[in-house]
Design a protein around this ligand. Structure first.
Ligand code: SF4
Ligand code: SF4
Length: 107
């Protein structure tokens, strides 16, 4: 009989549900999807009109809102998909995607 997964044993394929269906909501918080990002959103606080469209569309919940306003980006979980930049209103364009190697400030 196999041991149960726990802190001392990662789950193996026998522990996975058929079809690898994800049954637990919110489990992405445990994975640092920012590790494999090659481009990152560069946000202009000055241009931003705080419409929150980017926050609605971000698939990783990586845009942090405080008091109803965009406060910062969570770069441990932002995977660099660019959806936020795509959805930011064209007349505003407060987010542009920048290759990681061009970033001067490490966050
Ligand atoms: S690049 Fe993707 S994951 Fe990162 S903040 Fe924008 S929408 Fe979210
Ligand atoms: S979509 Fe653009 S303008 Fe709207 S909150 Fe996000 S960055 Fe700001």
């Amino acid at each position: 009989m196999s041991r149960q997964p726990g802190p001392d044993r990662l789950p193996g394929w026998r522990d996975m549900p058929a079809g690898a269906v994800i049954t637990e909501a919110g489990n992405a918080a445990r994975y640092q999807t920012g590790d494999w990002r090659s481009v990152r959103p560069e946000w202009s606080q000055e241009k931003c009109i705080q419409c929150l469209i980017c926050w609605v569309f971000c698939p990783d919940g990586a845009i942090i809102v405080k008091d109803g306003r965009i406060a910062e980006f969570d770069f441990e979980h932002c995977k660099g998909c660019g959806i936020c930049a795509q959805e930011c209103p064209p007349k505003v364009k407060a987010i542009k995607m920048v290759p990681e190697e061009e970033m001067t400030e490490v966050k």
